[in-house]
Ligand binder design. Structure first.
Ligand code: RIB
Length: 299
């Protein structure tokens, strides 16, 4: 299975805090760590660990070689990644004792992607089984249109949510994968099932919606499948959605039943949140299988 991940590569600067700061508040932090991250990087690694052949596309600056090296050491093909004169994207991530976070995102090189670069990526990868993108890079709508023209199946994780996300051409999206907040903003609904159905009616092929502790939903117009979330002691939820995305799409593309794909993805993201970091804590497939076996589930 050849997966093209067109996405962002970020340096994650993680600050551990007693609580998330209020407006005007100055806080000392209890810890500071630098991790590799970015939704594109995290999702590429999750897809790879799930079992796919993954090709990453996007841009880093001169300060971002170690992100590319990290992806390559994880078995992801990085030959399509281009260099930009801008700084590499970075994220300031504040984490509270419950593992909840808030972020400031500097797009940097991720926002320097041009139509010419997209044309080249599509031209050279028409044999991809899927192109997966998020909303941290420039040219997302352009890439969706080009991929559709080239008949490459598309998956979109419209994250982080900004107002312009509402205007994307959802009829060009084969798999829409997002969280409850993003789904509610785009659809105007608040109930999980209603969100999934409303998003489907915007023209996507399949909708995969995560609902935090309430689990996840799959809807493709014919089937409505659900899975529960696993209860674990979360230390850092950064990257949980990306882990879910890679594992869920891999399972669906492999022909697994939607409820099994949701369960496997939930297991993978449950394992991811029990340690600090994003990309570095995405579990290997074997760990996910073992976790599920202990829960009496198979995948
Ligand atoms: O989804 C988690 C990611 O979002 C982090 O790694 C951070 O870089 C931001 O892009």
């Amino acid at each position: 299975m050849k997966i093209l991940v067109f996405g962002s590569f970020n340096i994650d600067k993680v600050y551990t805090l007693s609580h998330l700061p209020q407006k005007g508040e100055t806080l000392y932090c209890g810890g500071y760590e630098v991790h590799v991250g970015g939704k594109g990087l995290n999702q590429a690694l999750a897809f790879k660990k799930a079992g796919a052949d993954v090709y990453a596309a996007g841009k880093v600056g001169a300060d971002g070689d170690y992100l590319t090296d990290y992806l390559a050491s994880g078995g992801v093909d990085v030959s399509l990644i281009d260099k930009s004169g801008e700084y590499t994207g970075h994220t300031i991530i504040e984490v509270d004792p419950d593992g909840q976070n808030q972020m400031i995102l500097f797009g940097g090189a991720n926002r320097e992607i041009t139509a010419e670069y997209c044309d080249k990526i599509i031209e050279e990868n028409k044999d991809a089984d899927l192109i997966l993108m998020q909303y941290e890079t420039s040219c997302v709508e352009y890439m969706l249109r080009k991929a559709h023209e080239a008949k490459i199946p598309t998956a979109l994780n419209p994250s982080p949510y900004v107002d312009e996300v509402k205007n994307l051409p959802y009829s060009l999206v084969d798999y829409l994968i997002l969280n409850e907040y993003e789904g509610a903003q785009i659809s105007g609904e608040t109930d999980g099932e209603k969100i999934a159905k409303a998003l489907y009616s915007m023209g996507c092929g399949s909708v995969i919606l995560t609902l935090g502790s309430e689990g996840s939903i799959f809807y493709d117009g014919a089937q409505l499948a659900k899975a529960s979330a696993f209860s674990v002691n979360a230390v850092d939820t950064t990257g949980a959605g990306d882990t879910f995305t890679g594992y869920c799409l891999y399972a669906l593309l492999s022909g697994e039943k939607p409820e099994d794909a949701l369960a496997a993805a939930s297991a993978a993201s449950a394992i991811e949140v029990i340690k600090k970091g994003a990309a570095e804590t995405i579990p290997e497939r074997q760990e996910v299988l073992e976790f599920m076996r202990i829960q009496g589930l198979s995948y």
